[in-house]
Structure formats: C-alpha cells, structure tokens
Design a protein around this ligand. Structure first.
Ligand SMILES: C[S@@+](CC[C@H](N)C(=O)[O-])C[C@H]1O[C@@H](n2cnc3c(N)ncnc32)[C@H](O)[C@@H]1O
Length: 251
C-alpha cells in the first residue's frame, strides 16, 4: 500500500475492523492454513504478511507455533500487538521485510499482497519470500482473482454486525468487480448507526490473477505450486479469492 493511498478501512477506522469483519467470517480459512502449517512441526516459525489485527497470529500462537506478523497500518498493528505482543506484531511495509532467521511458513491472507503497487513490486516480494524460507518451507497466499469477478459493478453484499449499541449497529456493504484480467476493485461502505459514522471507499487490488502470480512463483524458484478454489482444497474454478500454495525446494 503506497504512502499516498491511506485507506480508512485500515487507518482512521482500523479499530472497527474486527467489528465489521468479525473473526468467524474467516475461521475456515484460518483452520485450513493452520493445518498446512502443522506439517512444518510443532514450533513452526511463521510470518504473516499484512497480518491486520492479528487474529490469525493469535491462533498460530495458541497452536504453539512461533508466529510473527507485519502490517503497515499503525491502527491494525496496534490491535495485533494487543493480541500477541509487540515483539511478534511489527509495523512495516511487506515489500521491505527482512528477517535474519528463516521461516518454515510464510502466509498472506485476505488479499494483502494485492496491495503491491505493480507486478514488479510483487515479483520482488515473492523473491524475498523465497529467500526468507528455509528449504522445504511453504508459502500460502490468499489472493484476489479478477478473471472470476463480475465485469460491471454488482449489487452490494450487506453484513449487519454487533456494534457499540448492540446487534446490527454496524453495517458493512461491499462489492467486488474486475477492471481487467489483473485488477480487481473492492468498494466498502461502513456505517455505525449509533455513532452516526460512515465512510465509503474503493480499493484497487493489483496483480489480481492467481495464474499470473503462479508464473512469478515458478520464476522465483518455487515448486509444487497449487491453485485452490478455496479452503476446501478443490482446484481453482470459480473463486474470486483462491489460495496459492508453493514450496521452496529441499535443496
Ligand atoms: C484485507 S486486510 C487483511 C488483514 C489480515 N490478513 C486478515 O486476513 O484479516 C489487508 C491488510 O494488508 C495491510 N497492508 C496493505 N498494504 C500493505 C503493505 N504494503 N505492507 C504491509 N501491510 C499492508 C493492510 O494494512 C491491512 O491490514
């Protein structure tokens, strides 16, 4: 996410993120990723790029893993630090991440890597992931996939969630559409009825094409690259939010 793009969803309103997008919305995705990480041992050293408010990090820590997260939004990382501690949730741009010790698993969920500004930046990030993994280490990405999205602006989905004044106090409306084969647009409209707050913004998700990301992964040296429709593990078909799995060779 470039410095000029300062989305309210993660910034000014970042402290409402867990209210409008509660953890149970993506618990199956988290269970799937945890199950993959378990294959890397009880003390799997794991990095979550664009970790948001740290819900996944907290689950990874409870599992006995050794998890670290990185996010560039101070409001989001502040919540993650409350969950897992300051030394595990770090403020910073994923494009510049640099850790001395290798990771067994690197994950990036809910389209965080699609905030890379262009294909070159994403390519550099994937090469950085390759270098940061130990031999046999695994990269797990959940990405936006524009080819399966509608090409005109669809109707909004509307979620009503618990807020300061109780049930249905927070309303998050959202819709996604493809601008082209590699660009997905995500429009969010947040409202809190009791506090009379609201905002509307559209995010541009770049390199939003799982097939093209897979090509970059192979070029970076990854093997066993798999594209899955979703956390049920079927191959990519109609999803706009597939998983990509890739391994660093054992050497
Ligand atoms: C849709 S949220 C997903 C958060 C979390 N992964 C989850 O699944 O709930 C995207 C996150 O990516 C973060 N992000 C966007 N660009 C980033 C960047 N360049 N470096 C690090 N984090 C970034 C945002 O601040 C936000 O927290």
């Amino acid at each position: 996410m470039s410095e000029e793009v300062n989305y309210k969803l993660y910034g000014e309103f970042g402290d409402r993120y867990d209210q409008h997008t509660p953890a149970h919305h993506y618990q199956h995705d988290h269970e799937f990723v945890l199950s993959r990480a378990r294959a890397h041992g009880k003390h799997c050293r794991l990095l979550d790029l664009g970790c948001g408010t740290g819900i996944f990090l907290e689950k990874a820590l409870a599992e006995g893993f050794n998890p670290f997260g990185l996010d560039c939004a101070p409001q989001m990382i502040g919540l993650a630090q409350q969950r897992v501690g300051e030394c595990r949730a770090l403020l910073g741009e994923m494009q510049a991440f640099d850790f001395k010790e290798p990771f067994d698993c690197i994950v990036s969920l809910s389209w965080s890597i699609n905030y890379c500004e262009d294909r070159e930046q994403l390519q550099d990030l994937l090469q950085r992931c390759y270098r940061a993994l130990s031999p046999g280490g695994e990269l797990i990405l959940q990405v936006a996939h524009a080819p399966n999205a509608e090409t005109t602006e669809p109707d909004f989905f509307v979620d009503k969630e618990f807020g300061p004044a109780g049930a249905q106090d927070i309303v998050l409306s959202y819709r996604f559409w493809a601008e082209d084969q590699v660009t997905m647009m995500a429009e969010y409209h947040f409202e809190c009825v009791s506090t009379n707050e609201s905002f509307r913004e559209t995010h541009r998700l770049q390199s939003a094409n799982a097939l093209s990301i897979a090509t970059l992964l192979v070029a970076a040296g990854f093997e066993r690259v798999e594209l899955l429709d979703d956390c049920r593990g079927w191959e990519l078909n109609s999803s706009i939010s597939p998983f990509i799995l890739a391994r660093k060779p054992m050497e």
